[in-house]
Design a protein around this ligand. Structure first.
Ligand code: ZN
Ligand code: ZN
Length: 154
């Protein structure tokens, strides 16, 4: 399905900002609204941040785009929606990676007690350090010691 067809299938009008936003998110996942806007303007499109927000909200509401908001990060958007995948988030640099659903289809995890809820999704965020930050933190330990030595009196 083309993006035009996707929009129509969700009863959304096909507009330039909507197509440009979908295009930006297909090129790169987990973008903030701001990065979506700079990607669009990098390709010669003119669109305001507010317009991008409006588009992202509309696309999220119809399930074409998924919004994630890891603690401490701005909301991120991606076109990989509806497959119940999860995310790895780096505590160091904020890098986000997709990981496939842990067990089967949504909701892949069932709590012991559902308190009567009809559960349809489990959103899991795995926190840790990406390979680059692991190397960096090994380097940092050394350079911090050197810096401290050169600081003199606090
Ligand atoms: Zn990192
Ligand atoms: Zn993702």
């Amino acid at each position: 399905m083309t993006d035009e067809e996707l929009l129509r299938s969700r009863a959304l009008r096909v507009t330039r900002p909507r197509l440009a936003t979908l295009g930006a998110l297909r090129a790169e996942g987990h973008l903030t609204a701001d990065s979506v806007r700079s990607r669009i303007s990098g390709e010669g499109g003119q669109v305001s941040v507010q317009a991008v927000y409006d588009v992202l909200t509309a696309l999220t509401n119809v399930g074409l785009v998924r919004r994630i908001e890891p603690a401490g990060s701005a909301a991120r958007y991606e076109v990989r929606a509806g497959d119940n995948h999860h995310h790895l988030v780096c505590r160091g640099c904020g890098a986000i990676e997709d990981v496939d659903c842990v067990v089967g289809s949504a909701p892949c995890l069932q709590p012991h007690s559902d308190h009567g809820f009809a559960i349809d999704e489990a959103e899991v965020t795995f926190w840790g350090y990406c390979p680059r930050c692991q190397i960096r933190s090994a380097d940092d330990t050394t350079s911090t010691i050197i810096d401290r030595a050169g600081e003199g009196q606090p």
